[in-house]
Design a protein around this ligand. Structure first.
Ligand code: FAD
Length: 441
């Protein structure tokens, strides 16, 4: 049976959900708070770039978009670590060179998805901000520049991001749990422009990291030869957004912390002082549904910090899983929403923890020789015995293994890898001792 579906939010999740639900024969409309980013001057130029991987690409494949993205995106094969002494080290993400992250512009991806929505003639309403939901009568209330409008729905999809108005309304229903946690770090975007001949100023096929213990900077390549850098700094402290706030302090701190990058950033002080600092939040809530009428998808249900590069991948995968469950439940919304929440919530909770933990890994552990040795050993073991050992990063990024299963398997493997490494060290030591004894004898 066809339902009248109102999708709140025309971001990645909302646009993909619109296409998939339309293809399943539903009567869908999309309502987006902002103007159409494809026509907006505000959105031209700067945009977050995303590391897209298997979960996201698989979801986009289902609407015929992954090929276009593979052509537009820049493959990143591993991490390029920049030390204070200007030396660089490359760490591949996977033993399999086909496993790469794709650096894509979030706005570019959103535009592709909105084009897919238009191609299917799905009605879209920009500058429509959801301000209320009248639960009794199933009416969504939107505000535009001129008017307040009501839209009746059978089903509402809340795909309106981390600061979701749909979730906000559900918070005022009985027994809805909600938790938000901010990091003491924020982020700011900066640029390494292309060289004058249009070429990249650094290796383009890598995600660059300047790990500095308590803070870091990263850079992802763009198609135009530039890199978008993201500075993750604490708000307070000696190297922090609140302390560094003059041209002189910016130059001094960057020369000290990121000497090889600062040479490539001619607009540094200007950008640093002009660009806003944004906060980083983890949101956990539940249940993600109200009766058989409203469901939350993507960041609206589970916003995570960006350090595993999985927020958008998980949001897009939500749509895949929701559609699979809708088919399994013969189109019945209530059972679909309930099983989606039961099935997916443990996974996104696991992802939230992984993302927080990966911040420490990226800004700190990746620089340790022991970490690198272990990572290399794990990748080798994976090549020899893929059924027994698969690095956690590989399971999260290059497979659709449920996050919670990946974490459980990784815990089990850690013991195995530690034992194998110890055994290897013991054998090497034995050989050395035996050789010494033989030489002396
Ligand atoms: P959003 O993209 O937030 O879209 C929500 C939409 O709803 C927006 O268009 C918004 O305007 C609209 N909206 C909001 N309120 C209303 C309302 N009241 N009425 C109508 N419309 C409304 N993820 C990755 O997978 N890989 C990465 O490398 C990565 N890097 C990131 C780096 C940074 C710095 C950040 C902040 C995030 C990163 N992410 C990454 C996460 C990713 O951006 C999000 O997970 C993803 O955008 C979520 O998509 P969404 O559609 O659920 O929400």
């Amino acid at each position: 049976m066809t339902s009248r579906i109102v999708i709140v939010g025309g971001g990645l999740t909302g646009a993909l959900a619109a296409v998939r639900l339309h293809e399943a024969g539903q009567d869908v409309s999309v309502h987006e708070r902002r103007e159409d980013l494809r026509r907006s001057t505000e959105h031209q130029g700067r945009s977050i770039n995303l590391a897209l991987s298997t979960r996201g690409l698989d979801a986009l494949d289902r609407v015929g978009l992954s090929q276009a993205l593979r052509e537009q995106g820049i493959p990143m094969r591993g991490r390029m670590l920049h030390s204070r002494d200007r030396s660089v080290t490359f760490q591949p993400y996977s033993a399999d060179p086909a496993n790469v992250l794709l650096s894509v512009s979030r706005d570019g991806l959103n535009a592709l998805l909105l084009d897919a929505v238009d191609q299917r003639q799905i009605p879209t309403h920009f500058d429509h901000r959801l301000v209320d939901i009248e639960l009794r009568s199933s009416n969504a209330v939107f505000e535009t520049n001129e008017a307040r409008l009501r839209e009746r729905f059978d089903v509402m999809i809340g795909a309106d991001g981390a600061y979701s108005a749909v979730r906000n309304r559900l918070q005022r229903t009985d027994r809805f749990s909600y938790e938000q946690n901010y990091l003491e770090h924020g982020y700011k975007e900066l640029t390494i422009p292309a060289r004058s001949d249009g070429s990249y100023a650094m290796e383009p096929h890598a995600l660059h990291i300047w790990p500095r213990g308590g803070h870091m900077m990263i850079a992802l390549p763009n198609a135009d030869g530039s890199f978008t850098c993201t500075l993750f700094w604490p708000y307070g402290g000696p190297v922090g957004f609140e302390r560094v706030d003059t041209e002189g302090e910016v130059a001094e701190t960057f020369h000290e912390q990121f000497p090889d990058a600062v040479d490539l950033m001619p607009q540094l002080a200007d950008e640093y002082l002009r660009n806003s600092t944004s906060s980083l939040v983890t949101i956990r809530c539940g249940p993600w549904f109200y009766e058989d009428r409203i469901v939350l998808l993507g960041d609206a249900a589970h916003a995570v910090v960006p350090f595993y590069g999985q927020g958008a991948n998980a949001a897009l995968e939500d749509v895949t899983i929701f559609m699979e469950l809708l088919a399994t439940n013969d189109g019945a919304w209530g059972p679909t929403m309930a099983s989606f929440y039961a099935h997916r919530k443990p996974d996104t909770d696991a992802l939230a923890d992984l993302a927080l933990d990966n911040f420490v890994e990226m800004r700190d552990r990746v620089a340790s020789p022991l970490f690198r040795l272990r990572a290399r050993a794990e990748q080798r073991m994976h090549r020899w015995a893929p059924r027994w050992i698969t690095p956690l990063y590989e399971m999260v990024t290059f497979s659709r293994t449920p996050y919670v299963d990946a974490v459980a398997r990784a815990k089990h493997q850690t013991t195995l890898v530690d034992r194998l490494m110890l055994a290897l060290v013991a054998v090497v030591l034995l050989v050395i001792v035996a050789t010494i004894i033989l030489v002396i004898a």
